[in-house]
Write a protein that binds this ligand. Sequence first.
Ligand SMILES: Cc1cc2nc3c(=O)[nH]c(=O)nc-3n(C[C@H](O)[C@H](O)[C@H](O)COP(=O)(O)OP(=O)(O)OC[C@H]3O[C@@H](n4cnc5c(N)ncnc54)[C@H](O)[C@@H]3O)c2cc1C
Length: 291
Amino acid sequence: MIPRKFEYFAPTTVSEAVSLLRKYRDSAKILSGGMSLIPMMKLRVLSPQVIIDINNIKSLNYIKDGGKTVRIGALVRHADIEHSPIIKEKFPMMADAAPHIADMQVRNLGTFLGALAHADPAADWPASALALDAELVAQGTAKRVIKATKFFKGPFETALKPTEMLVEAVLPVPRGEKVGQAYLKFERKAGDYAIVGVASLLTLNRENVIQKAAIALTAVNPFPFRATDAEELLVGQKPSKDLIEQAAKAAAAMADPSSDLRGSAEYKREMAKVFTRRSLNRALERAGVAV
Ligand SMILES: Cc1cc2nc3c(=O)[nH]c(=O)nc-3n(C[C@H](O)[C@H](O)[C@H](O)COP(=O)(O)OP(=O)(O)OC[C@H]3O[C@@H](n4cnc5c(N)ncnc54)[C@H](O)[C@@H]3O)c2cc1C
C-alpha cells in the first residue's frame, strides 16, 4: 500500500501546470482531490513518475452563475456542489447526486472535474454532465472545449490529451415553460458505487408537450451514455404512463451491463429500466406535470 517513488510539483498557476504536463507528458498525472489517484497509486495500478498537484491554483476554485450558464472550476469539490444554493436551484439532478457520492471525507476532497477526468464507468457525475450537455474546458497549449457527449471514450478513457488538464465545466441552465430534472442512483449500500444511475432532464411547453428529453445512464455500459432511443421516443409527445414505460424500456435496451458482485447483467438491465422510469417520473413531478 505504498506508492512507487514520484517527483512532486505544486504549481500556483494553470500555465505552470500545463508547462509541466508538456514537459513530462505520459509520465505525469494531475492530482486534484486524490480520491481515485492516490488509491490507484497505493495499489500500484498506476505509478506516475511525476505528480502535478493543482490544489494551490486558487483561481480554479469557483462556482459562477452567469445566468444562462454556470461555470464550475477544477477545484470545486463534491461537497461544494452538495451545499451550493446555485446548484440546488439550477441543477437539481446534481443536488440529488452529490450526497450519494462516497462518504463525507471523500466528498470534501474529490472534485467534480477530477471525477469526469477519471472516467470510472460507474461514477455518478458523468450522468449529470451528459444529461445537462456540459461543455468541458481543457487547457493545453490552447484552450479547447469538449462536449461531455464527446468526452467519454471508454472505461477510464476520455478525449483529454496527456498535455491537457480540465480547468472548468460550463453547464447550460435548462430553459423552457416547464423544466424538471432528477438523478436517481441505485446502490447496494450508502456510499457505494452505483448499480445503475440515471439522470433525466425534461422540458415541456404550456400544453405539456415534451420539447427536450435528455437521459443519461451510468454503471451499465463500459462508459456512461445518453439513451438517445428513449429521448427520441419522448420528444414531441405528451407524457403518459405508457410513454414513460416505453422510454424506460428503450433506455434499458441501450445498456450493455456486465455481471459482477453488484448483480447479473440481466438484473442490472432490469434495474436500468426501473430507475429510468423513476427518474423520468421524478423529473415530470418537478416540472409540475402529472401523469
Ligand atoms: C471510498 C471511495 C468511495 C467512492 N465512491 C464513489 C461513488 O459512490 N461515486 C462516484 O462517482 N465516485 C466515487 N468515488 C470516486 C471519487 O469520488 C472520484 O473518482 C474522485 O473524487 C475523482 O476526483 P479527484 O479530484 O479526487 O481526482 P484525483 O483522484 O485527483 O484524480 C483522478 C484522475 O483524474 C485526473 N485528474 C484529476 N483532476 C484533473 C483535471 N482537472 N484535469 C485533468 N485530469 C485530472 C488525475 O490525473 C487522475 O488520473 C469513491 C472514491 C472512494 C475513495
